[in-house]
Design a protein around this ligand. Structure first.
Ligand SMILES: [Zn+2]
Length: 228
């Protein structure tokens, strides 16, 4: 089913109400098991005005929106909270570089899969270095240290902490400002003490990062921009 040219994904669960979420590339409806497709359609019609606002909100981001990208020169990419213009340069040498305003991808093949793969490798290499540096600084605020730090391509979260002390960060977090990155690191470090999101956990986060609520809200509002 499509609505506004967006795929509609219906997630049926044991629940009583319909819940609607609009993403840049899809609409998700969480619905009770017994609700059929027609009722979902009616529900979407009813919420049309609100959906329209969301779709328009997303469309203002243009090529910053990952699913709009064609990986051509001139498109915008976030790196450490700043917008950079992509420059694809025909070259026999394959490399990615940046200055204050541009990210240069040198490649003899400008196929979008190749350019996105090269950007992925570049972001991951930088993520490893930048996150390790911030971890080295922020670990001084905690008495327990992680057993290991890894950077991965996580699909649905910014970081993850395991009970054996391993912490994994999503490389995409370096697309955001370092303040947001720091919040994610502090959040995961705090899980070394509390493996939940209880009051004690948030108190610990707040202790190190007094304005954590603003940073957390930023991720909720703009996290969809952190992707290539
Ligand atoms: Zn958490």
């Amino acid at each position: 089913m499509k609505f506004y040219n967006l795929d509609v994904i219906i997630i049926r669960r044991k629940r009583k109400t319909l819940e609607l979420r609009v993403f840049p590339d899809k609409i998700e409806v969480r619905s009770p098991n017994y609700v059929n497709e027609n009722s979902v359609k009616n529900f979407l019609e009813l919420k049309k005005a609100w959906i329209d606002v969301q779709v328009r909100k997303y469309s203002q981001y243009g090529s910053l929106l990952p699913h709009n990208r064609k990986y051509n020169s001139g498109e915008l990419f976030l790196y450490l909270g700043k917008k950079y213009e992509l420059r694809v340069i025909d070259s026999f040498e394959n490399k990615v570089d940046n200055d204050d305003e541009n990210i240069y991808v040198y490649s003899k093949n400008s196929d979008k899969k190749i350019i996105s793969k090269m950007l992925f490798v570049w972001y991951n290499k930088n993520a490893f270095e930048i996150i390790r540096k911030r971890v080295d600084y922020l670990k001084n605020f905690f008495s327990i240290k992680p057993s290991s730090i890894q950077i991965k391509d996580l699909k649905s979260c910014w970081g993850r902490c395991y009970s054996d002390g391993r912490i994994i960060f999503n490389w995409k977090i370096i697309m955001s400002d370092v303040k947001i990155l720091d919040y994610v690191i502090i959040h995961e470090f705090s899980h070394l003490f509390h493996m939940n999101h209880g009051k004690a956990f948030w108190n610990l986060v707040k202790n190190v990062c007094p304005d954590y609520k603003i940073r957390r809200q930023w991720l909720k509002n703009y996290g969809f921009l952190l992707s290539i």
